[in-house]
Ligand binder design. Structure first.
Ligand code: SAH
Ligand code: SF4
Length: 332
């Protein structure tokens, strides 16, 4: 798909053409301009040549019937992965990639291990949503939520991520509410500060994964640049400015960060009433191991005892390498 030059191509057309195009792409979800019946033939052909709506993707369905992964080949041949999660409560969430690979290199993450190739442009981010929206349209279903939890660090591609969110949010187009969009970051402070001043109602999640600097720096080298004290001070400011809840993601890794002591330390660290913790089961990608469900429950109980709001995430799509942290476009 290559619609970033749509505005240019339509610049010599009457103004209403852009609205029609927006409707065709984001609401009718057409995959070929020849289906835009109100456009003259010559314009349809020009758009198909210069502004293709084709998405080149391979689809993998998991046995759980809830997870579908798409391996999308971009115009330059690089590949990204994006995942659709169908929840029992009828939500359909797309887990978006913001970069090809990632430069942060967290020790537990397959994307981090593949290194960084390049940032995605805004339309390459939007394309991932459109792909699954077209797939769901066949069953008269819709995308209800979007999370930036695929490949890459969204705050290291800040401008394009925000531009993509604004395109998805546009009520003349895809019209996805900002509150239905979540950004997950490994803790890039500049991004947290900028988001606080954006006046966008999106949700912020912080990948914390450890309750102290020594452990966090071992798991995530980014912690050396943005240590916990500075990170939490930025998140506290964010909460003060926006009055929005912040989610802290905590990956449970066997024998590393899963003890009752770690849970206590975490509870003390996250005292703010607008903070929530989401415990994430580790998906096997490398040297670490997952924690048994009972042990996650015990960890959760400690947090509850300290009155920290806590939820437990279930893992989807492990058999097609579509679970969190497993995306690495290795099928290429
Ligand atoms: N770069 C951003 C967003 C992409 S990663 C971030 O780090 O937050 C999305 C989530 O998947 C993060 O919380 C990340 O820590 C988590 N994750 C990475 N590897 C994982 C693994 N092997 N198992 C489970 N979750 C993982
Ligand atoms: Fe990058 Fe996030 Fe993976 Fe860390 S967890 S390497 S920041 S994608």
């Amino acid at each position: 798909m290559k619609i970033e030059n749509l505005t240019n191509i339509l610049s010599d057309q009457p103004k209403y053409r852009f609205k029609q195009a927006q409707r065709a792409v984001f609401i009718d979800l057409i995959d070929d301009w020849s289906k835009s019946s109100n456009f003259p033939q010559a314009l349809r052909e020009k758009l198909n040549l210069e502004c293709s709506l084709k998405i080149n993707a391979e689809v993998f369905a998991a046995k759980d019937n809830q997870t579908t992964k798409a391996l999308i080949t971009l115009e330059d041949g690089l590949k990204i992965e994006t995942v659709l999660l169908k929840h029992k409560d009828l939500r359909n969430t797309v887990c978006l990639s913001s970069q090809v690979g990632c430069s942060v290199g967290c020790s537990f993450c397959a994307t981090g291990q593949m290194g960084f190739k390049r940032n995605l442009c805004a339309y390459e981010i939007v394309e991932q949503v459109i792909f699954f929206a077209r797939l769901l349209q066949i069953k008269s279903q819709k995308i209800t939520n979007v999370v930036f939890m695929g490949m890459g660090e969204p705050f290291l591609n800040y401008n394009n991520v925000i531009a993509a969110i604004k395109i998805l949010n546009d009520n003349q187009g895809f019209n996805l509410g900002a509150r239905k969009i979540s950004i997950s970051t490994c803790g890039i402070i500049s991004g947290i500060k900028k988001l606080a001043s954006e006046n966008l109602q999106v949700n912020l999640a912080i990948s914390l994964h450890a309750p102290n600097d020594i452990l966090r720096s071992k798991l995530m080298s980014i912690n050396k640049k943005y240590p916990l004290e500075n990170l939490l001070s930025a998140v506290n400011d964010y909460v003060k400015r926006t009055s929005r809840k912040v989610m802290f993601e905590y990956l449970m890794i066997k024998g590393i960060n899963d003890s009752v002591e770690h849970a206590r330390e975490l509870a003390v660290l996250l005292k703010n009433k607008l903070f929530m913790v989401n415990l994430i089961p580790y998906n096997q990608t490398g040297k670490y191991h997952a924690v048994e469900r009972e042990k996650i429950s015990a960890f959760k109980k400690v947090l509850e005892h300290y009155r920290v709001q806590v939820t437990q995430r279930y893992s989807f799509g492990g058999d097609i390498d579509a679970a969190c942290g497993q995306l690495a476009s290795k099928n290429k």
